[in-house]
Design a protein around this ligand. Sequence first.
Ligand code: KG4
Ligand code: ZN
Length: 443
Amino acid sequence: MAHGIHVLGIESSCDDTGVAIVGHDGKILSNCVHSQLKRHLLHGGIIPMVAKEYHVDNIDRIAKQAFQESGLLSVAQNIDTIAVSTRPGFNFSLQVGLNYAKTLAKKYSKPLIPIHHMQAHALMPLLQNRFIKFPFIALLISGGHCLLTICERYNKFHLLGSTHDDAPGDLLDKVARRMRLKNLGPPFDSISGGAAIELLSQRKNANRFKYFNCEESVPMIRQRNCDFSFAGYRGVFEKIVPTIDQLWESGDRDKLLDELGHVCGSLQRAILIQLFRKLQRAMLFYRMYWRYNNPDAFNQENSNTNHLGFGIRRANNEDFDWLDVVVSGGVAANSYLIEGLKLACKQDIDPNFNVHAPTKDLCSDNGLMVAWNGLLRYLDCQKSQINNEVDLNDSVIFDPKQMDLVEAISEYPIGLDITQQVKHNDFKLSKLTFSELKLKSKH
Ligand code: KG4
Ligand code: ZN
């Protein structure tokens, strides 16, 4: 019955209004996003109530555009189900997408699929690469989150660690604001803080080793867990700000850009080191503990294999040492971080570990990841693998009365919390051998 299925996906959890349509074979029929970035740059950050108003102003237009681009005839005739981000995110923003989705679902008698925004980020790379297999490790880095998880199935996640304070995107946005990057003019006045920092770090001669070049400037790397901390960089950064301010005042643009290049390059490298060390620990935990204690994850009988070709690999074949690592979320658009993680994993850990990220355009928030996650659940539901006992948030909802019970939820766990297991295992990491990541121990 898979043929002809089309899933509409709606995303409005933060500052992007996204609507997309995906076909039963994973074919992307349309993916339209309205970004509020330029407006929020003017306000100096996202104000949730303002973000909500922009969603209200744009959602219908973006939905109609997505429909038109898909070449389909009508929701009534061609859409089978409507998936929507319901958690986590800004509550008021989420409500806009959710209300829109409920209205459509009821009007055209289509099932509604509530989606976890961060799970959708984690699953995004699977649409582009069918060889990624469950279980895999997912490192999710965005403006609001920093999570390390094991994704056992498309709907089953284990949380290994998360950030104690800021998310990496949040840090990059704050630093970009503090350095007044948007005042550099085009393109800096219309790109995110993270993208601006990446661009400056690519400046010729940008010295990635000039700042944040000792272990003290990389928080949490000595702690034997998979937790993160990024707020501390702001303190270190404050020491550099006067130099940047002076250069702004001097009017010497070349010198200013050079110094900004050093700061941005150094900051990215410091973030890379923290991400890599925590990822390394996650891999060690997976390899030394988790896979032996979760035999079901490797049992083909429990597999969600469907016509899309996804499956769970068996434990006792030659694939056992192979591990896919997915890095996703807005900050995964950063090529330096992704290439750095890929190289470090291959050279410092094991060539059997393979890092994947979505293409840049699909790292930040979009409706396609929601539609894709919705398709996976819809197919699973058709095989009757989802029973009615499951949480409404994880099901396919046919009854309009039940749709009324679905709510936008600003904070929501990604899955089973196994952070204590990681801590109890207390694995010690070997020394970094990858030269690019080596640090001095003192200033
Ligand atoms: O996933 P996302 O679109 O929204 C959230 O759910 O947070 O992520 C947005 C974040 C912003 O903080 C932005 O600065 C960051 O992703 N970002 C980047 C890049 N492009 C966007 N960070 C680093 N490098 C980039 N190229
Ligand atoms: Zn996101």
